[in-house]
Design a binder for this molecule. Structure first.
Ligand code: GRF
Length: 187
């Protein structure tokens, strides 16, 4: 069974969707959750699901110890599910072609440093775009610039608020992210 390591900084709804998807089909399991925020909701999910977790800080992030702890879980993929720090080259080089991320917009639009969460949806609504979507991509040493794995789109109604867009984006994420991971695991 494939092992997945998930990095998250926030509520963890994507982590929960991944955990639930693979609990149902048994093809993989989340063996470790890593967060940079001791109070992140994703850690409540880890505790509830009895999944080991690590809380990292700027000092330990990318250090050999962390890489060894991740390696102990022999991950097929390292999944960034709302993780707000840029991945250091040490980690990229330790897990080449194995780190993926989900971005709540159609990259390359609305990507890069500082473009996360409501900032993305605020900008899309302000631009009066007719559609938005998600991008699942490989991670390299630049924010949101790795090769695209999958994009999915949603239309935006003229009176949609950023909150309504966020809700529609989350629906896409929770449907496509686990399935994109499963597709990658089948190689
Ligand atoms: C998602 O919108 C994802 O696209 C972005 O961070 C958010 C994480 O949400 N990278 P959650 O913590 O999984 O609910």
């Amino acid at each position: 069974m494939h092992s997945l390591v998930v990095f998250a900084s926030g509520a963890g709804s994507n982590a929960a969707a991944i955990i639930d998807h693979f609990k149902k089909n048994g093809k993989a399991r989340v063996s470790l959750i890593v967060s940079n925020k001791a109070e992140a909701g994703v850690l409540d999910i880890a505790k509830r699901e009895e999944i080991p977790f690590l809380i990292i800080d700027r000092k330990t992030f990318g250090e050999t110890m962390l890489i060894e702890q991740i390696n102990d879980h022999k991950p097929s993929l390292i999944i960034l599910a709302g993780f707000l720090w840029k991945i250091p080259e040490t980690l990229i080089h330790a897990f080449p072609g194995k780190i993926i991320n989900i971005h709540p917009a159609l990259l390359p639009s609305y990507g890069g440093k500082g473009m996360y969460g409501h900032y993305v949806h605020d900008a899309v609504i302000a631009a009066k775009d007719a559609e938005s979507g998600i991008t699942i991509h490989y991670v390299n040493e630049h924010y949101d610039e790795g090769n695209t794995i999958l994009q999915a789109r949603c239309t935006i109604a003229a009176n949609d608020t950023p909150a309504e867009l966020a809700k529609n984006i989350h629906k896409l994420e929770h449907f496509y992210f686990p399935r994109a991971i499963e597709f990658l695991l089948e190689g």
